[in-house]
Design a protein around this ligand. Structure first.
Ligand code: GLU
Length: 415
C-alpha cells in the first residue's frame, strides 16, 4: 500500500517534477520543505465554563514570489503534515495562476460541527491571537478552507485589526462583502474549476450540454459546482454526496433543492426521489465528468482502475495519489489536477487583496471576466506542457509552476 500521508504525496509529486526539470538537488531540497511553521496551543473557554486547548498551525511554505497565501482549515483530522502538504500545493497553485504570491496554510484540530457559534468565535479570535505576529497583508494572508467560512474570516480580521491598532482588511480574504470581501468570491472555486472543465471538454470532444456529472462532496466547492454546471453548461448532475453518503437520480438533480435539504437535515442523504449510493460508488460511476470536491486521498491505486469518468476535475486538494495518477493516465482519463482546477478560490482572493489595497471594489462581471481569463490561460499552459514533455496533466502543472518559483528564487539570489 502506498503512503497516504499528504505531505509524503506532495514531496513525491515534487520529486517527479524535479527529475523532469533536471533540478539541482540543493534547489529540490529547498522546495521539499516549508520555509517556516508555527505550532500553537489555543486555550478556549467553552459554553459550559470549562476550558479546552486546541492545537493549531500556520505553515509558510515558500515566499519567493510574494506574500504567502492560503486558507485555514478547521477539521478533527487535521495534522501538521496535512497543513504542510496544503501549503506546498498553495505555492504551486499561486505560481501556476501567475499570482504575485507564495504559498501557506493554517489549520486547527477541532470539530466545528460540535461547537456553538460563540465557541467558534472565541476559537477563531484565539487562533489569531497566537499567529498574528507572522501574518499580515504584506507577509501572509489566510482565507477560508474546509469548515471555515466568511463569518470566521470576519472575526479573524476584526481580531487582527484590534491587535494592529487599525483596520487591516487585507490581512484575510474570503471576507463577507460588507467587510471588504470581493464580489464573486463565494462561488469562485467552483466557477474557476468549471472554466477549466469547459476547456477540457473541448480537448476531449465532449458536449457539456449533454454531459452527465457526479460530484463527491457538497460543501462550498461541490454545491456551487452543481449549481453552476447546470446554469453555465446545462449539464445533468446525476449524483452528489457528502460525508454521510450519496444520492443518485438518472433524470438529474435540482442542485439548489438538494442544497436546501442539506441545510435542513445536515446531509444530502434521503433527498426525495433518489437512490442511495456510497461515497465509493459515486467515484466509480459512469459519467462524463467526475468532480472530487471533498478531501485528500479518495482516488488511490485500489479504485483508480475502476473509474469510468472521461474527465476528473479535482476541486478538492490532493484527492488523487501518485500511484492512482499513473493508472488514470494509462487509462486515458483526462485529469484536471487540483492546484489548477481549484485555483479559482485563491485567484479571486488575490483580486480581493488588490481591491483592499486600492479601496476600490469591482463588479461581479469584472471578477468573472478576469477569473475566466486567468483559469483559461493556466489550463492551456498545463495542456501545452503535458504535450510538449509527454507527461500527465499533474506533472505538467508541476513543471510550469515549479519552474516559475525556481526562476524567482534564482533572481533573488537564493540559489
Ligand atoms: N483554501 C482555498 C484553497 O485551497 C483558498 C485559499 C485562498 O483563497 O487563499 O485554494
Amino acid at each position: 500500500m502506498s503512503d497516504l500521508n499528504p505531505f509524503a504525496v506532495a514531496q513525491k509529486q515534487l520529486d517527479q517534477c524535479a527529475k523532469i526539470l533536471n533540478l539541482d538537488p540543493g534547489v529540490q531540497a529547498m522546495l521539499r520543505l516549508p520555509s517556516r511553521e508555527l505550532h500553537v496551543s489555543i486555550p478556549v473557554r467553552m459554553d459550559d465554563g470549562s476550558y479546552k486547548v486546541f492545537q493549531g498551525f500556520r505553515v509558510q511554505y515558500n515566499d519567493a514570489k510574494g506574500p504567502t497565501k492560503g486558507g485555514i482549515r478547521f477539521h478533527p483530522d487535521e495534522t501538521i503534515d496535512t497543513v504542510r502538504a496544503l501549503a506546498a500545493w498553495m505555492t504551486w497553485k499561486c505560481s501556476l495562476l501567475d499570482l504575485p504570491l507564495g504559498g501557506g496554510k493554517g489549520g486547527v484540530v477541532c470539530n466545528p460541527k460540535e461547537m456553538s457559534q460563540a465557541e467558534l468565535e472565541r476559537l477563531s479570535r484565539a487562533y489569531v491571537d497566537k499567529v498574528w505576529q507572522i501574518i499580515g497583508p504584506e507577509n501572509d494572508v489566510p482565507a477560508p478552507d474546509v469548515y471555515t467560512n466568511p463569518q470566521i474570516m470576519a472575526w479573524m480580521v476584526d481580531e487582527y485589526s484590534k491587535l494592529a491598532g487599525k483596520n487591516q482588511f487585507g490581512v484575510i480574504t474570503g471576507k463577507p462583502l460588507a467587510l471588504g470581501g470581493s464580489a464573486g468570491r463565494g462561488d469562485a472555486t467552483a466557477r474557476g474549476g468549471l472554466y477549466t472543465v469547459r476547456e477540457a471538454a473541448k480537448e476531449c470532444g465532449i458536449d457539456l450540454s449533454k454531459a452527465t456529472i457526479a460530484i463527491q462532496g457538497y460543501g462550498n466547492a461541490g454545491y456551487y459546482a452543481a449549481v453552476l454546471a447546470k446554469e453555465l453548461f446545462g449539464s445533468k448532475i446525476v449524483a452528489v454526496s457528502d460525508s454521510k453518503g450519496g444520492i443518485y437520480s438518472a433524470d438529474g438533480l435540482d442542485p439548489e433543492a438538494v442544497g436546501k435539504h442539506k441545510e435542513k437535515t445536515s446531509s444530502v442523504v434521503n433527498f426525495p426521489n433518489t437512490t442511495a449510493i456510497s461515497n465509493e460508488e459515486i467515484l466509480e460511476m459512469e459519467v462524463d465528468v467526475l468532480l472530487p470536491s471533498a478531501l485528500e486521498n479518495v482516488i488511490t491505486e485500489a479504485n483508480a482502475s475502476k473509474m469510468k469518468a472521461k474527465i476528473i476535475a479535482e476541486l478538492a486538494n490532493g484527492p488523487t495519489t501518485p500511484e492512482a495518477d499513473e493508472i488514470l493516465h494509462k487509462n486515458g482519463v483526462h485529469v484536471i489536477p487540483d492546484f489548477l482546477c481549484n485555483a479559482g478560490g485563491v485567484t479571486v482572493s488575490y483580486f480581493e487583496m488588490v481591491q483592499n489595497f486600492y479601496m476600490y471594489y469591482w463588479d461581479v462581471e469584472d471578477v468573472h471576466e478576469r477569473l475566466n481569463k486567468k483559469m483559461t490561460v493556466a489550463y492551456h499552459s498545463v495542456l501545452d506542457a503535458s504535450k510538449k514533455y509527454n507527461i500527465n496533466m499533474r506533472q505538467a502543472a508541476y513543471v510550469v509552476a515549479v519552474a516559475r518559483v525556481v526562476e524567482a528564487m534564482k533572481l533573488r539570489g537564493w540559489v
